[in-house]
Design a protein around this ligand. Structure first.
Ligand SMILES: [Zn+2]
Length: 489
């Protein structure tokens, strides 16, 4: 065993070889484990796939690689519980969209043109992006799987990147009670998904329309037969509402294996049903703020004691990092609390939601939502080593670190992600990704962009990216003299 040494040189990237332990030294450690809390000057030792020890001044096995984490924050890998990774192929295209524009684009017009190689391209770039930003587990809410070939392509990409993923299998152009029962789908599950362990999980992804005949019953039964959780966009203004929740409840499909994505525009009755079922929510604040599903719901979910995880939804509009999700969520919750108080002629004198809470949503919350709390979500000895070191010695923003949770939420960004460890493997070190082929992903995405643009035609492409701006009705101002012409006669 060896003691911490002040003189050891910074490791080179080739020092991280399989089986060789490594230790983070002198970090501010946000364990997110209630029994250990926050550790200043903390060390975290990783042996094989797991966190071996957490403490200060740890003695470590001879040959352990030492990472100097001084002035850095070490936190658990972040978990995104809902990301349409295939849509990363058109990153940023929908920056000025509403949900209506989105539905027109993917559901009514252009979703069908995406080929298996386009799903692959988007997934590959999205998977690399997630790992790079310290999102160590990502649910690929993959609703562009028109055929099993598309699904094969989605999984091919996920398996090429050393991240932890969950394929949420969906098909926005098909009926879930049909495709989830098909032989091809069942064969795919057996061939590609079964027995993949904790690096590649699976969910069923479909929405509940509120049709009183509840056609989704067959899809829920498929999920039960296959032992898969269901993830569903719920409480989306104009699309899914309380009827869907009530139907699920009446048919006995509300349990703790369901994740309610957005859960934004629901009644207290629906929130009470969700709370009683023990299910998790996936809040995509940047999405809800801009697309129009409803107000980001954490301010209501908290009052119903409904557990929360975070997600970013889609890079066709928003950022793919959870720093932005945490920041947006904390701000949206606070602004709502202030506005509600102002409407009562009151003043909020203490914030209910704290920075630490949204860091928990992004880590332990995500792990719990995926049923993976025993494996990931906190820096706890024995758990899988999914870790993020936020450290950037050349940035003025990473000093001083006085309130570490607040620093993660309001100061740090993806550019400050120094090291990422997934399943005990160093996949990013000193701001450089290891073992991923970004150039290949960019080439694949460039081909998809070229293809989509030519299939759509220049006119449709431009029109889809730049929807018409509705006319603003100006409010009459009594302080302006519209009948006065400035004396010009
Ligand atoms: Zn979504």
């Amino acid at each position: 065993m060896s003691q911490p040494s002040a003189s050891s040189a910074a490791p080179a990237t080739e020092d991280f070889t399989p089986g060789r332990p490594f230790v983070f030294r002198n970090a501010t450690v946000l364990t997110m484990d209630p029994s250990s809390g926050l550790l200043r000057g903390g060390d975290v030792l990783v042996v094989d796939e797991r966190i071996a020890e957490v403490g200060t001044g740890l003695a470590v096995p001879d040959g352990t690689v030492e990472i100097d984490a001084s002035d850095g924050i070490l936190m658990p890998g972040m978990v995104d519980t809902h990301r349409h990774m295939w849509q990363t192929a058109l990153r940023g295209f929908g920056a000025d969209w509403t949900l209506t524009n989105y539905f027109h684009f993917y559901y009514l017009n252009w979703g069908k043109i995406f080929r298996p190689q386009d799903i692959y391209a988007g997934n590959l770039l999205a998977a690399i992006e997630a790992v790079d930003a310290g999102v160590t587990t990502t649910v690929d809410w993959s609703h562009g799987l028109q055929t099993v070939d598309h699904a094969e392509a989605a999984v091919d990409a996920l398996e090429e990147v050393p991240g932890r993923f969950v394929l949420a299998y969906g098909n926005l152009l098909g009926a879930p009670w049909e495709w989830s029962r098909s032989r091809e789908f069942r064969d795919f599950v057996a061939r590609r998904m079964d027995g993949r362990g904790d690096m590649l999980g699976m969910q069923l992804a479909f929405d509940v329309t509120g049709d009183p005949s509840f056609p989704e019953k067959g899809a829920f039964e498929s999920a039960r037969e296959l032992g898969l959780p269901v993830t569903t966009h719920a409480g989306v203004w104009g699309a899914t509402n309380d009827d869907g929740i009530r139907l699920m409840s009446e048919h006995g499909f509300m349990d703790d294996k369901v994740i309610y994505v957005h859960a934004a525009s629901l009644s207290d009755d629906s929130y009470q049903r969700i709370a009683a079922s023990g299910a998790y929510t996936s809040v995509s604040t940047e999405s809800e703020q801009s697309a129009g599903q409803g107000y980001p719901p954490t301010w209501r979910l908290r009052r119903h004691d409904i557990p929360i995880s975070l997600s970013m939804d889609t890079s066709v509009w928003w950022s793919g990092d959870l720093f932005s999700a945490m920041r947006a969520t904390l701000s949206a919750d606070r602004v709502r609390e202030h506005l509600e108080a102002h409407n009562r002629q009151e003043t909020v004198v203490g914030c209910h939601l704290r920075a630490e809470h949204v860091v928990a949503y992004a880590t332990t919350g995500g792990a719990a939502a995926l049923g993976m709390s025993h494996l990931i979500g906190s820096i706890t000895p024995g758990k899988k080593a999914d870790l993020v070191l936020i450290k950037n010695d050349s940035s003025p923003v990473m000093f001083p670190v006085l309130h570490p949770y607040g620093h993660v939420v309001y100061q740090a960004g993806r550019g400050d992600v120094h090291t990422v460890v997934i399943n005990g493997k160093v996949v990013k070190y000193d701001h450089e990704l290891r073992g991923v082929d970004l150039a290949k992903a960019k080439r694949a995405v460039a081909e998809t962009v070229e293809y989509a643009r030519s299939r759509m035609g220049e006119g449709a492409w431009d029109q889809a990216m730049n929807p018409e701006i509705p006319k603003v009705e100006l409010i009459p101002n009594p302080y302006t003299y519209t009948d006065w012409d400035g004396g010009r006669g």
